[in-house]
Design a protein around this ligand. Structure first.
Ligand code: SAM
Ligand code: CA
Length: 220
């Protein structure tokens, strides 16, 4: 018996994937493409994408906001989990990355569900707030520049309906958050962000040790 989260050895993680992963052929192809990309490691892991997809189905999500698209792995996985009439608003600033994402949205036949906003995400969120989209999103995935996490979180809380979920990636930041000798700007920003959420009475939360750490924050 254990009352702590198990530390996954490479062998155990391989077992976990072999026994539970159901990656669609299109997502598998996209993961292979990322292996050859210098920044390919920015993609969330396949098991994490499967977890997000399960949450989306479980909650009956119809409207998603994604902040940080890259080559489209997480957005494709989430759009596949949406119903036919579901919508995903995707935010990124990089035209080259999102051109790859668009090609996979087409391959996965989810492009009709996705609208890309190619602009700094803070501008896009402000526009959505201005255009009466407050409290209309069921699910928000934050996975862009870490120094803006708190800004994304505050605006996301405005855009999210009550009972909706914000999922925030990389909150364990490769373990750096727990190392007192590491105090660079981004690590400190993530530490401050985690501390703030721990005390935030507007949400219920759970920090899941999947991938690089994923906080789930449900708006009360
Ligand atoms: N969620 C993606 C996945 O799992 O496949 C990975 C996203 S990657 C970690 C972060 C992305 O955030 C990059 O594609 C980058 O271009 C984008 N980004 C960085 N700064 C941004 C900003 N200010 N506004 C919007 N997107 C930004
Ligand atoms: Ca990430």
């Amino acid at each position: 018996m254990s009352n702590k989260t198990l530390n996954l050895s490479p062998e155990l993680y391989e077992y976990l994937l072999s026994i539970s992963l159901r990656e669609s052929p299109v997502l598998h192809e996209l993961r292979q493409e990322a292996v050859n990309h210098p920044l390919g490691k920015m993609q969330i892991s396949a098991d994490q994408a499967q977890f997000l997809a399960l949450l989306i189905k479980l909650m009956g999500v119809k409207k998603i906001l994604e902040i940080g698209v890259f080559m489209g792995y997480s957005s494709t996985a989430m759009a596949l989990a949406l119903p036919e009439e579901g919508k995903l608003i995707a935010c990124d600033i990089n035209e080259d990355f999102t051109a790859i994402a668009k090609s996979y949205w087409q391959k996965a036949q989810v492009d009709h569900k996705i609208t890309l906003h190619l602009a700094p995400a803070l501008e896009t969120l402000d526009k959505l707030i201005l255009h009466d989209e407050k409290e209309t999103f069921d699910f928000i995935f934050i996975d862009a520049d870490k120094s803006n996490y708190d800004n994304y979180y505050e605006k996301s809380l405005q855009l999210l309906r009550k009972g909706g979920l914000i999922a925030i990636d990389n909150v364990l930041w490769y373990g750096k958050v727990a190392d007192v000798n590491i105090n660079d700007h981004r690590t400190q920003k993530i530490r401050d962000f985690n501390t703030k959420l721990a005390q935030d009475s507007r949400i219920d939360l759970s920090l899941i040790p999947i991938g690089d750490g994923l906080t789930l924050a449900m708006k009360k």
